[in-house]
Write a protein that binds this ligand. Structure first.
Ligand code: NAD
Ligand code: UGA
Length: 386
């Protein structure tokens, strides 16, 4: 392999990366990228490894020996510190991060996103290890504009809705709105990491993903996850399309999101990994401001794309409205709009997203159809005995 250089033209040093939560959606794509395009080594830690099995076996894979899976739960495993000590860089992805859990399992959510991350931060700080920690765009909560009257012209002014790492406030709902348990725990761990940097010199980067989506995200209920489970919106809508059911629009599907293709986002993470001088001490929004839609528009686009890739007809009523109480239960609340400001990541890493929403849905739904359509047909034909 020719010498690989960083953004400043310096050769990139070979790293051992301790990746916690490597078996999840983002972890699986990051492992894939690191194995196929870099010479770095990965210590992959997770409770599960189904999504990275294709990278671990067989022994004849070109990267055999560069990725090592350690099955462990960071809540209670004394091996964690030793594995962190073996690494040059720690990436923490482990978390409960599905909104259906935030209001129904708030304790697990807070423990997972704050308490369980504490030893990781502590071991990094004590052992002088660089940390890339995954936070979330949910730390911004609601936009300032959402508190203005519906017809206020200020709602059109980006100053009232674009989310900036260093100036936007974090606006959450009341404590009964347990939806915010996740965002609040993530905000506190960000503050702790920032303070470790300021007081003890921890080298850190915080990533705030804005709705990264693509293949291997979450699960399809009843196929590779619990039948009653509620994954994030991409998997919910994929499941509905695969089963020829109407897509459920929570509270009218008026909330807005910007979706980014996982492969674009992973490019940004690789730049952070390989350019520590440009990434350390920063919090980065990683999203695609050009791909904004309401959830209703997302449903309509997914319906069209799925018809194209599957060759199936569209239902007469492709969507149905449900209340958030019915869908998520008591204590749900929502972010109204999420547009990332890209100034900091642009300046530090020169990174920009590339893939349009239509294109990313086309490749993702092609994957969903290829992976699940047969299994769904079989499960419908022969319901499991329960
Ligand atoms: N996907 C997104 O768009 C998105 C957006 C915002 C924030 N994030 C953040 O990025 C991170 C990764 O998200 P993801 O989408 O890949 O989620 P994911 O659920 O697919 O992956 C998380 C992984 O962490 C593992 N894990 C959780 N608790 C663990 C523990 N105690 N010990 C060991 N492993 C544990 C899980 O088994 C899972 O494989 C999370 O911190 C999440 O909050 C993701
Ligand atoms: O991905 C992110 O950037 C962050 O946002 C997500 O939160 P959210 O976008 O609200 O979660 P989704 O499940 O993807 O829902 C998006 C929107 O679709 C709606 N929805 C979801 C599912 C469904 O079947 N129907 C439906 O209308 C939700 O109410 C919400 O308004 C999750 O909190 C995290 O994964 C992450 O931190």
């Amino acid at each position: 392999m020719a010498t690989r250089t960083d953004l400043d033209g310096r050769p990139i040093k070979l790293m051992t990366i301790c990746m916690i939560g490597a078996g999840g959606f983002i972890g699986s794509h990051l492992c894939e990228k690191l194995m196929s395009e870099t010479p770095h080594k990965v210590l992959a830690l997770d409770v599960y490894n189904d999504k990275i099995k294709h990278l671990l076996e067989p022994d004849s894979l070109p990267w055999a020996g560069r990725i090592q899976f350690h099955r462990l739960n960071i809540k209670h495993d004394s091996r964690l510190e030793g594995l962190i000590k073996m690494a040059d860089l720690v990436i923490n992805l482990a978390a409960i991060c599905t909104p259906a859990d935030y209001n129904t399992r708030p304790l697990d959510t807070i423990y997972s996103n704050f308490i369980d991350a504490l030893p990781v931060v502590k071991y990094c700080s004590e052992n002088n290890k660089r940390l890339i920690h995954f936070s979330t765009c949910e730390v911004y909560g609601k936009t300032i504009g959402s508190f203005l009257p519906k017809d206020s012209p200020l709602r059109q002014d980006p100053a009232y809705y674009v989310l900036k790492e260093d100036t936007s406030p974090c606006i959450f709902g009341s404590i009964e709105k347990q939806r915010w348990s996740y965002a609040c725990a993530k905000q506190l761990i960000e503050r702790l990491i920032y303070a470790e940097g300021a007081e003890n010199g921890l080298e850190f980067t915080i990533v705030r993903p804005f709705n990264w989506i693509g293949p291997r995200m979450d699960f399809i209920p009843g196929i590779d996850g619990p039948s009653e489970g509620v994954p994030r919106v991409l998997a919910c809508f994929s499941n509905n399309l695969l089963r020829r059911e109407p897509l459920k629009l929570v509270d009218g599907g008026e909330s807005q999101r910007t979706f980014i293709y996982i492969k674009d986002a992973i490019e940004a993470v690789l730049l952070m990994i390989e350019n520590p001088d440009r990434a350390n001490g920063h919090i980065f929004n990683v999203g695609n401001p050009n791909n904004e839609v309401t959830v209703r528009q997302l449903a309509e686009m997914m319906t069209k794309v799925y018809a194209k890739v599957s060759g199936e007809t569209v239902l007469e009523s492709p969507t149905v409205d449900v209340s958030s109480k019915e869908f998520y239960g008591e204590g749900y609340d929502d972010s109204d709009k999420r547009i990332p400001d890209m100034t900091i990541i642009n300046k530090q890493l020169g990174w920009n997203p590339k893939t349009s929403l239509w294109d990313l849905l086309e490749s993702t739904l092609t994957y969903q159809h290829r992976t699940y359509a047969e299994a769904i047909k079989k499960s419908i034909a022969k319901p499991s005995a329960s």
